[in-house]
Design a protein around this ligand. Structure first.
Ligand code: PLP
Length: 495
């Protein structure tokens, strides 16, 4: 399979698209077509385990890797999870939760970022590349740690993570600052996620930076969801959840279900859209946003407008105004016409907004609906869900739950629905504790202990261990010097 750019530039093989991270024309790589998984194939996959389902689906897209390679990568990546990487829990007759946070860093980003290092290593080998791969990451909190964990001490790679210094939870920050590995760098910026992402994306497009790095023996790639190697593994769990529901007799093969997805950079839910294009029976994809509700407005009006206040919320991994992956959806809305995408992206750059023909959107992507949740609604969702189901939601998942109940109030839809649970509540102990008990505990470790005793759950090992790990990465920089910092870090490495 070939990968084409949303802005019309040169096509690439899967391995090359993954190594490049994003296309040279500033666009994002998308598959040239969507392979179909038939009902017969799904039937056959019912009793397969997660790694086997993953290798099968990945192979449809990543045709330049062999089946053996992909099976080996998936087995290795998913052995790092505590049991099934994507278990589905039944809450009531129509409501299911898919837990995606049983990986090394306790967030759904692990599903792709445990696998991506294998895909990059494989692609480097195929390309016979003698350059080191420099992974540049902008993170809103969870991608950073998951990428650091995935790439630490991976031969031939160097990783630099930029996170908003005051825009992540205490636990998220500590997870990153305590990272080990001889090839890792972690840098706080005085700015928000959008600042970090915009700077990183502009380095990718900067010919002078590319030349300088080339001379130093490096080539860029990305561990953000702009990289196809991040998106592709996320398609798998939509299939897997559906197959689990069918296997458990909860739904009949071919009957559609809904998915509710807490959304920031639009990578997770886009993978669901791709699964639907591949034949997975999905009725609605419900886009859940927090107070930063640019996407809610977009899906209800066709107008995307970032000229608005940026809010810090208790779901920081969704505190995003510029959702990169929406570009890939625009490409589909516009009938895969690069000019359609380029014109919207030009408007976004110049005016901070663009408007699509709403009738066209309704015709092309009728499966999308969008809801947002205020901080108060999110806290109430955590509290009510615990009362109803004795289940502790993290704030991101709570945004999705709240969105789902608003959707039900509007539609009375009885379709079976899977809500994606994207992080462990213990990554956000203080906020979750306050939502449940209305009591304030600022110290993250004391909050985790109180949360554990209130919910009668155990603090995950990775969180408990943070308390005694030394902080290794303290650098914080102004947002204007991100590019210079990349070069400083690399050259001081040499010395
Ligand atoms: C990254 C993240 C999200 C948002 O996912 P996108 O792919 O950016 O839309 C939601 N919840 C958690 C916990 C996350 O880490």
């Amino acid at each position: 399979m070939e990968f084409i750019s949303t802005r019309g530039g040169a096509a690439a093989s899967a391995g090359s698209a993954i190594l490049q991270g994003m296309a040279k024309d500033g666009g994002l790589f998308v598959p040239s077509s969507f392979p179909i998984i038939t009902k017969e194939q799904m039937d056959e996959m019912l009793d397969w385990d997660y790694p086997r389902r993953a290798a099968f689906i990945l192979k449809r897209f990543l045709s330049d890797y062999t089946e053996e390679e992909l099976s080996e990568y998936c087995a290795a990546a998913y052995s790092k999870f505590d049991g099934d990487p994507a278990p589905v829990l039944k809450m009531d007759e129509a409501t299911f939760l898919m837990e995606l946070f049983h990986g090394p860093t306790l967030a759904f980003k692990d599903i792709a970022l445990t696998l991506l290092p294998y895909l990059i290593r494989g692609a480097r080998k195929k390309a016979g590349s003698d350059h080191k791969t420099l992974i540049l990451v902008a993170t809103s909190g969870d991608t950073g740690k998951a990428a650091l964990e995935g790439f630490k001490d991976v031969e031939g790679t160097e990783i630099i993570v930029f996170y908003p210094s005051e825009g992540v939870s205490d636990m998220q920050k500590l997870q990153m600052q305590t990272s080990e590995g001889s090839n890792v760098h972690v840098v706080g910026i005085e700015g928000n996620f959008d600042d970090a992402q915009t700077a990183v994306k502009s380095i990718f497009k900067d010919p002078e930076a590319i030349r300088r790095l080339d001379k130093m023996g490096y080539a860029f790639s990305s561990a953000n969801s702009i990289n196809w190697g991040r998106l592709c593994p996320q398609i798998v769990y939509y299939f897997s959840a559906y197959l689990d529901l069918v296997a458990a007799g909860e739904t009949l093969l071919g009957e559609p279900v809904n998915f509710v997805v807490p959304t920031g950079n639009f990578g997770n839910i886009l993978a669901g859209y791709y699964a639907r294009r591949m034949g997975l029976p999905i009725a609605k994809l419900i886009v859940a946003s927090n107070r930063n509700n640019v996407l809610t407005d977009f899906f209800t009006t066709g107008n995307y407008d970032v000229n608005r206040a940026f809010h810090k919320t208790m779901s920081p991994s969704m505190d995003i105004l510029i959702s990169s992956n929406l570009e890939r959806l625009l490409f589909e809305i516009g009938g895969r016409d690069p000019e359609y995408v380029k014109s919207a992206m030009r408007d976004l750059e110049v005016y901070g907004s663009y408007t699509l023909d709403f009738d066209r959107m309704q015709a092309e992507i009728p499966e999308f609906v969008a809801y947002c949740s205020s901080e108060e609604e999110t806290a109430d969702a955590i509290d009510n869900f615990f009362d109803m189901f004795d289940y502790t939601l993290d704030p991101h998942t709570a945004v999705a739950v709240s969105a789902y109940y608003n959707y039900l109030t509007d539609t009375e839809d009885e379709t079976e629905t899977v809500i994606l649970a994207t992080a462990s509540p213990f990554k956000f102990s203080s906020d979750v504790l306050r939502s449940l008990t209305r009591k304030e505990e600022k110290d993250p470790f004391r909050a985790a202990k109180k949360l554990a005793s209130y919910t009668m759950e155990e603090i995950p090992e990775q969180i408990a261990a943070l308390e005694s790990l030394p902080v290794r990465h303290k650098l914080v920089i102004p947002k204007g010097v991100i590019k210079e910092t990349v070069f400083d870090l690399l050259s001081s490495d040499k010395g």
